[in-house]
Design a protein around this ligand. Sequence first.
Ligand code: PLZ
Length: 447
Amino acid sequence: MSGGPTLPQVRRIVTEIPGPKSRVLLERRAKAVSAGLGTTMPIFVSAAGGGVILDVDGNSIIDMGAGIAVVSVGNSADHVVKNVQEQVAAFTHTCFMVAPYEGYVEVCESLNELTPGDHAKKSALFNSGAEALENAVKIARAYTKRDAIVVFEHGYHGRTNLTMAMTAKSMPYKHSFGPFASEVYRMPMAYPYRWIGSSDNCAEEALNEVLQKIEKEIGAENVAAIIIEPIQGEGGFIVPPKGFLPGLAAFAKEHGIVFVADEVQTGFARTGDMFACEDEQVIPDLITTAKGIAGGLPLSGVTGRAEIMDSVHVGGLGGTFGGSPIACAAAIGAIKTIQEENLIGKARRIGEIMLPALTEMKRKYPVIGDVRGRGAMIAIELVLPGTKDPNPAAVSAITKFCQQEGVLVLSAGTYGNVLRFLPPLVMPEDLLLEALEIIEKALASLA
Ligand code: PLZ
C-alpha cells in the first residue's frame, strides 16, 4: 500500500475501531511489545499522507496529530521520499565522525540560516529531541563552566535520565525511574489561564518571581542555561504571555547564562513562524530542534552562537547514528517542502480557521475553559463547567468519540485535561473543517 500526498483525502470508516485486522495485530502486540508503551489510537497503520492515516482495515482517518508534530510536510512527502530513496541507494551509513558526507553539512547550513538571529552560528546533529536537549546542556556547561540548569513547571524535554530531571510531570514520564540528575531547578511558568491573580499581570509577576528565585535560590552566576519551550507542548500548549520570554532572554544575557529555546515541538513552521520564538523577536543563544525537521525520519539538532557551539573540546560531541545520511536527506527534502509549499502560511491559516471555531465552541460548551495556541499548534483546556477544575474524563470521552468517528486527536497537559491539535500543515481545508465538526459533535455528546 503506498501513501504520500496522493492518498485519497477522505474520512471513511468501514469497520468499527479497531477493526478485525487491527484487533489481531493488537493481540500480537500485547504478546510481543513491552506493556510500558501506551497507545493513543488502537489501529494499525498501512499508509498515510496529506491529512489522513489509512489503517489495515481500510479506515481512512483524519490525522490531527501528525505523529506528535512530526510529519508537518505530510507523510511520505514527495521530496522526502525521493531524497531518501536516492540516499539509501547511494550509501546508508558511514558515521559522520568517521567519514563525513555532504548532507550533514547541508542540514547544518540550513539550520544556521533558518534559525533566528544573523550572528555566526554552528550546529550539531543527533537522533532524538531528548538527545538534542542533553547536548544543549553539555554545550552550555562547557561554555559557561557552570552547573545549574533552569527549567519550568509544565515543561517537557524528554525521557532520558537528564531530560527526565528537566521534565516536570511525574506520571508517566518519571514515576519509579529515579534518581534523577542533579543541578536542575524548576521555576514557575507564566500560565495565564491558571495564574494566581489577574492573567493580565501574569507575564510581569511570573518573570519577577522566576528572576528572584534564580538570584536567591541558585545564584545567577551559577546558572549555565535557562531552557524553555516557547510554547509548552506536552505541558498543555501553554503560551507564555507577551514579555515573559524576552524578559528571560534579557536576564540570561545580563548574567552570561546561555538562553536555550527548546523548539523540538514548536519548530519548523508549526506555529506559523519557522521558529516560535520569532513571534516576539527573541534570539536564543542555542535552539534545539527535532520532530518536524525531517518529515518523519529521526533527526535532531542543536544550533547556536558559533563561540558557544565551538567551546566544546574536539570529540566531545557525537554518536554513532547522529545526523544519519538518510535522515539528513529527508531533512533537506522536508525543508524544501516547507519553503516550496509555503507551510508557514498554511500553519497560520490553520490557526485562523481553528481558533475562532473553537472559541465559538467555548461559548456553547462550558466544559471548554480555555482555547489557546498559535498557527497549527492549538489546544482546548477542559474543566468541570463553572470551575477551573481539570476535567481529564472529558478529554478521554472526546478522544474516544473522535476515534470512533475517524478523527485522531491527542491529549496533553500536566492535569491530562488538554486536547491538542497538531495537524500536518498540508491538511486539506475541507478535512480540517470536517475534523472540527466531529470535535463539536463530541463536545455536544458530553452534555
Ligand atoms: N522537547 C519540547 O515536545 C517530545 C514526547 C512524546 P524526543 N515530545 C513528544 C512522548 O510521550 O515521549 C519533546 C518535546 C520537546 C523534547 C522532546 C523530546 O523529543 O524526540 O521524543 O526525544
